[in-house]
Structure formats: structure tokens, C-alpha cells
Design a protein around this ligand. Structure first.
Ligand SMILES: *[C@@H]1O[C@H](CO)[C@@H](O)[C@H](O)[C@H]1NC(C)=O
Ligand SMILES: *[C@@H]1O[C@H](CO)[C@@H](O)[C@H](O)[C@H]1NC(C)=O
Length: 349
């Protein structure tokens, strides 16, 4: 191989750590943007901060683990018909120097593995490493902490942000997720056209508990970090899970003019807790139909392709974009807002 071609091939692989093996990678559009959080604040309306939720439309404020989202959902905003799970994250706001806030628009991922199309929301990965045991009915978990303000308390190998300097999502920037110049903090650089957010969940399970009081201690990270399916599991959490990864593309291109940025040096981009990247977090409630996820992992189903051996079928963007839910905690979350939903004070709970 010509040296330049070889280098390009190596760079493409490095930029795409998971390309050597099969994994699921698919789009999920926004189901609803609202202040609810059935995992951390079950039963509560107007929880402390705003979330965007994707997945099955059985999502509600209670989410009793005894109720199976796969049975109760009549549609999903994700491209695989069999995936009625719910995935949610905080939303990013731009803070104008005049005091107003506006939600940062989102687009789907592009890059070497192909473009994903979504209407807001996020792109989901399930990355197996060796033999994995799929999540059981009723399983849920959380990664990150919505109250953390210290970048040093976050493993940058699992939760990170990338300044995407290329003009669009299809021109790949950088190496594997959460490597290189990726940061825990949300980048603050007018050269960023997009900010890519990555949340990588733990891959080791205690094998017993579907949840835990902090929604974290029933799972653990394996050795190493990054989007590689996870390394060896500790003896306390011996069961290897598929690695769940969320990727979000925040389109900050309209906010490059520094004359719009806060004059006091505070961050122009913040999450809905009114905090920065150290507070990035993701919530997961498993809801695949039957053993479809286990079969998808066992049969090497790949990317967002239909996978008959696991019974996976896909729906076109127009169909998954149409799966929406009315806000259970109604309030205006679109356009320029005088303040962040919940106001400044209640935010950090
Ligand atoms: C949430 O969904 C469950 C199952 O469908 C239902 O029993 C419960 O009443 C719902 N709760 C609310 C507040 O809608
Ligand atoms: C702040 O600026 C935006 C963009 O020009 C504008 O739409 C919004 O109304 C302004 N807010 C205030 C409080 O002036």
C-alpha cells in the first residue's frame, strides 16, 4: 500500500475505534423536552432541570420497573422498531450577554460510518466486546452527575466534549471518542462549528440488581476507558454488558460571534442545570422487545441496518420523527427564553 494511503487507513481506524467490529449505531429523535426524570425524581413534575427524552412513547413520570416499555409503547423515536428503551440527557443552552437563553440546535452524526438523521435527540451505540449479556427487563442506570462542577471528578475517557471545527458533521474531526484534545468542559472557542458530546456508560453489572439507590452502584466501569466495549470487569461486577454510548451533536455555528457572549467571562454554553460539561449526565431505561438486544449482540448486527437474524427491523426517519409525546410538565422550551426553565436557583438539585 502507498504510504499516504496506509496512513489514511490507519487514521480512519483510529478515528473510528469501533470500526473493526460490529456494533449498533442508530438515530433517536426527540420524543419530548420537559422537566421530568422518572429515574432520579419518580412521580415528580417540573423536576429541577430540563431533559430531552428519546425512545418509546410509554415514557412517563413514574416508569415503574414492573411495567415493560416494550409492551406499553405504541411507537419509538429510535430507528430500530424493537427498541422501546428510553434515553435522556440534559439540553444545552446558549447564554446571550443580554441575559436570555436559547436551546442549542442539534443534528445527527455523520462521519465514516455514515450519516444518521434525527430531529433533535441523540445517537445511540451498543458496542459489544466479547460475549455480552444484554440488560434484563426493568434494568436502568445513570452515568455522570448533574451536580458536579469539578472537571477533575470526571473520567474524560468516558464523558467528554469535542470542538468540531469542520463545517459539517460528515467531515470527521479527531480520533476515537474521548481521546486527543477532547475535554470534560464544554469547549468555548468560536472556531467550533459543532460540539460533540459523548457519554459512555459502565459495562459491568453485579448480575443481581436492576437498579440501585444512586442508579450507579449496581454497575461499574471495566478496565480502561473509551468506546471499545469496555475492558475486564471487576469481581464485584462480573457480568459483561454491551457498552451503551450516547453521542450528541450540538450545532453552535449560529453563536460564533463573541459579541453575543456574556461580558463577564462566564460560559456561553451551559447545560440545563446551568452548569458546564462536568455535570453532563445520561439516563437509561432498558426497553428492547423480548431478547432482541441479546440476539443483536450475539448475531453481530451492525450499525443501523435491519438484522433479520435478530429480528431487528428499521423504520424510516419520517416515521421515527413522528413518534412524539406531549409535555407532561408543560412550559415553553423553544426560542429565546428570559431564564432557563426552573429559574436560576432551583437548578442545581
Ligand atoms: C405511567 O404508565 C403506567 C403504565 O402504563 C401507568 O400505569 C401509570 O398510570 C402512568 N402514570 C402516569 C402519571 O401517567
Ligand atoms: C437577547 O438577544 C436576542 C437575540 O438578538 C433577542 O432575541 C432577545 O429578545 C434578547 N433578550 C433581551 C432580554 O433583550
Amino acid at each position: 500500500m502507498h504510504r499516504a494511503t496506509l496512513l489514511a487507513a490507519v487514521a480512519a481506524l483510529a478515528g473510528n475505534a469501533a470500526a473493526q467490529f460490529n456494533m449498533l449505531r442508530f438515530a433517536c429523535s426527540q420524543l419530548v423536552v420537559e422537566r421530568t426524570d422518572p429515574l432520579v425524581n419518580p412521580g415528580q413534575f417540573y423536576t429541577p432541570h430540563l431533559h430531552q427524552i428519546v425512545g418509546g412513547n410509554a415514557f412517563n413520570i413514574t416508569m415503574d420497573p414492573a411495567n415493560d416499555p416494550a409492551e406499553q409503547s405504541t411507537c419509538t423515536s429510535c430507528s430500530f422498531v424493537q427498541d422501546k428503551s428510553n434515553y435522556w440527557t440534559a439540553v444545552m443552552f446558549f447564554h446571550h450577554r443580554n441575559g436570555s437563553y436559547i436551546r442549542v440546535p442539534q443534528i445527527g452524526n455523520g462521519g465514516p460510518q455514515g450519516a444518521l438523521i434525527n430531529d433533535g435527540g441523540l445517537d445511540i451505540y451498543y458496542i459489544p466486546s466479547g460475549r455480552t449479556t444484554a440488560f434484563k427487563k426493568g434494568f436502568r442506570m445513570l452515568t455522570g452527575s448533574a451536580t458536579n462542577t469539578n472537571d477533575n471528578n470526571v473520567n474524560r475517557g468516558n464523558i467528554c466534549h469535542r470542538c468540531w471545527t469542520s463545517p459539517n458533521e460528515n467531515t470527521f474531526v479527531g480520533g476515537a471518542p474521548c481521546t486527543g484534545s477532547d475535554t470534560v468542559a464544554i469547549p468555548k472557542d468560536p472556531r467550533c462549528k459543532l460540539i460533540r458530546q459523548t457519554l459512555i456508560f459502565p459495562t459491568c453489572w453485579d448480575g443481581k440488581n436492576l437498579d440501585s439507590p444512586d442508579h450507579q452502584s449496581h454497575v461499574a466501569y471495566g478496565q480502561g476507558s473509551g468506546a471499545n466495549g469496555g475492558g475486564a470487569c471487576p469481581s464485584s461486577h462480573p457480568v459483561k454488558l454491551p457498552q451503551v454510548m450516547y453521542e450528541l451533536m450540538w450545532d453552535v455555528s449560529k453563536f460564533a460571534d463573541r459579541n453575543m457572549w456574556p461580558t463577564d467571562g462566564s460560559d456561553p454554553f451551559v447545560y440545563s442545570m446551568n452548569l458546564g460539561g462536568a455535570a453532563a449526565h445520561g439516563d437509561y431505561v432498558f426497553g428492547w422487545e423480548g431478547d432482541s438486544l441479546q440476539k443483536a449482540m450475539d448475531n453481530g448486527c451492525n450499525l443501523n441496518n435491519a438484522c433479520p437474524s435478530a429480528g431487528l427491523t428499521t423504520q424510516p426517519p419520517a416515521q421515527y420523527n413522528a413518534c412524539k409525546k406531549k409535555q407532561q410538565a408543560p412550559e415553553d422550551v423553544n426560542g429565546w427564553l428570559q431564564a432557563m426553565p426552573a429559574g436560576e436557583v432551583a437548578m442545581k438539585a
